[in-house]
Write a protein that binds this ligand. Structure first.
Ligand code: ATP
Ligand code: MG
Ligand code: FE
Length: 389
C-alpha cells in the first residue's frame, strides 16, 4: 500500500510517499519560514503563492526520493483542513487533478488526524498490534499541541477505522501560539517555539514564579460554545501567561534591551536555533533567559498535569503527544518522566514529524485506504474543519 501524501495547510509545502502507513520512503518539506520571517508571522497571500511555486517540484522530489513511479501508487492523500483557505486549496486542487489523471483513489485527511498519526510512523509494531485489530480497543488519549491547536482527543481504532472524541481544548491561544508570541515579545525570531526551546536551558525556570491562575481557564465550563461534555472536559488557556510576560517586561524595564535584540535579529533573517544558538544566546541578558525558562516551565507543567489527569479519567491505554510543540525538549522530558512515574506509556513523533509534514498525512490516510473511505470529486478545502465529535 503506497500512498502519496500532500500537505499545504499553513507555511510548509510537503509531499511524502509512505508504505503501509508506517514507513516513510520520502518526506520532502519546503519551508516558507524565510518568506514570512520579516513579517513576524505567516502572511496568507504569500503562503498561497509559495505553495503554488513549490507544489510540483516538491511532489517530484518526493516521488524520486522514494524511487517509485506514479503508477505504483495506491492512492493520493491530501490535507483537507483545517488551515489557511488559499494554502489548502493549492494542495487540494493539485491532489484532485493528480488522482483523476492517474485514475487512483483520492483520500481527504484532517490535518489534526495527520498530527496524531505522525506518532505511529516509524514506530516499530508492538506484538499486540500485529494481530488483528481488536473490536473495541482501549482508547488512546491524543494531545495535539501546535501553532493553532491545544486539543485533547480520545482516539479509538475499531477494525482499522479511527474515531475521535474531542475532550479538551484551549479557550484562547494555542500553546504554540503562546511560544511564538512570547518569543516575539522578547525580540526573538519567528517561529519562536524553537528559540524558546533552545534558550530556556540557559535560564533559571524558578526565577519568575508564574502562578496557576495564569494558565487557568476561567468560567469557560459554563460558557463553552463547543459541545464538549461540560462536566468532564479539559480546558487550557495560554493568553493569561502571555500577558503576564508582557507585564513583567514592562515593569522590569526590559524594553530597550529587547529592542536592541530585535534589531540584531532582523539582520539575520534566516537564523536557526541549531546553527546560530551561540550568536543569539549572546544577544540575551540573563533576565530574558530566566523569563523564557520560567514561561516554558509553566506551560509544559500545565500541559503535563491536565493531560495525565484526563488520561486517568478516561482510563486510556496510552498517551500520544503530537504537533509542533511536541518537538519541545522540556515537554518531552516532563511527559516521559510523568509516564514512568504513573506507569502509563507516552509516545511522540520523531522531531521532524512533529511539525507539519506530508508523511503524517499519508500515514493517517492508510486506514482510510483499507476501509475505502475515499473523497469524491466535490472535495474542497475546509479551512475550519473540526476533528471528531
Ligand atoms: P496547526 O497544526 O494547529 O494547524 P501549525 O500547523 O502551524 O498549526 P505546527 O507546524 O504543527 O502548527 O507547529 C508549529 C508550532 O509549533 C509553532 O507555534 C512553533 O513555534 C511550535 N514549535 C515548533 N517547534 C517547537 C519547539 N521545539 N518548542 C516549542 N514550540 C515549538
Ligand atoms: Mg508551520
Ligand atoms: Fe500542524
Amino acid at each position: 500500500g503506497l500512498i502519496l501524501g500532500i500537505e499545504s495547510s499553513c507555511d510548509e509545502t510537503s509531499a511524502a510517499v509512505v508504505r503501509g502507513g508506517r514507513e516513510a520512503l520520502s518526506n520532502v518539506i519546503a519551508s516558507q519560514i524565510a518568506v514570512h520571517a520579516p513579517f513576524g508571522g505567516v502572511v496568507p497571500e504569500l503562503a498561497s503563492r509559495e505553495h503554488l511555486r513549490a507544489i510540483v517540484p516538491v511532489v517530484e522530489q518526493a516521488m524520486a526520493g522514494a524511487g517509485v513511479a506514479f503508477d505504483d501508487l495506491d492512492a493520493v492523500a491530501v490535507t483537507e483542513g483545517p488551515g489557511l483557505p488559499g494554502a489548502l486549496l493549492v494542495g487540494v486542487s493539485y491532489a484532485k487533478a493528480l488522482a483523476l489523471a492517474l485514475g487512483k483513489p483520492l483520500i481527504a485527511v484532517n490535518h489534526l488526524e495527520g498530527h496524531i498519526h505522525a506518532v505511529l510512523l516509524e514506530r516499530v509494531l508492538q506484538p499486540a498490534e500485529t494481530q488483528a485489530t481488536p473490536e473495541h480497543g482501549q482508547p488512546k488519549l491524543a494531545l495535539v499541541v501546535s501553532g493553532g491547536h491545544t486539543h485533547l482527543y480520545l482516539a479509538q481504532e475499531t477494525h482499522h477505522a479511527w474515531t475521535y472524541r474531542n475532550v479538551g481544548r484551549t479557550v484562547d491561544d494555542a500553546a504554540g501560539e503562546a511560544f511564538d508570541k512570547v518569543a516575539k515579545l522578547l525580540g526573538l525570531g519567528y517561529p519562536g517555539g524553537p528559540w524558546v526551546d533552545a534558550l530556556a536551558p540557559f535560564g533559571d525556570a524558578r526565577a519568575v514564579p508564574f502562578s496557576f491562575a495564569q494558565v487557568k481557564a476561567k468560567a469557560h465550563r459554563r460558557a463553552d460554545p463547543v459541545a464538549l461534555h461540560p462536566e468532564e472536559a479539559t480546558y487550557f488557556s495560554f493568553s493569561g501567561i502571555k500577558t503576564a510576560v508582557l507585564r513583567y517586561v514592562q515593569t522590569h524595564d526590559m524594553e530597550a534591551r529587547i529592542a536592541a535584540r530585535r534589531q540584531a535579529m532582523a539582520t539575520m533573517p534566516d537564523a536557526s536555533p541549531r546553527r546560530d544558538l551561540e550568536a543569539v544566546r549572546a544577544l540575551c541578558d540573563q533576565e530574558s533567559l530566566d523569563l523564557l525558562a520560567s514561561f516554558q516551565r509553566a506551560v509544559v507543567g500545565d500541559l503535563v498535569r491536565k493531560t495525565f489527569r484526563a488520561a486517568e479519567r478516561y482510563d486510556v491505554a496510552e498517551i500520544l503527544v503530537s504537533g509542533g510543540v511536541a518537538a519541545n525538549r522540556e515537554l518531552r522530558e516532563r511527559f516521559t518522566a510523568e509516564a514512568a512515574a504513573q506507569g502509563l506509556p507516552v509516545a511522540f513523533p520523531s522531531l521532524k514529524l512533529a511539525t507539519d509534514n506530508a508523511a503524517m498525512i499519508a500515514a493517517a490516510a492508510w486506514p482510510k485506504l483499507i476501509t475505502s473511505e475515499f473523497a469524491g470529486e466535490t472535495l474542497t478545502a475546509a479551512a475550519g474543519l473540526k476533528l471528531g465529535s
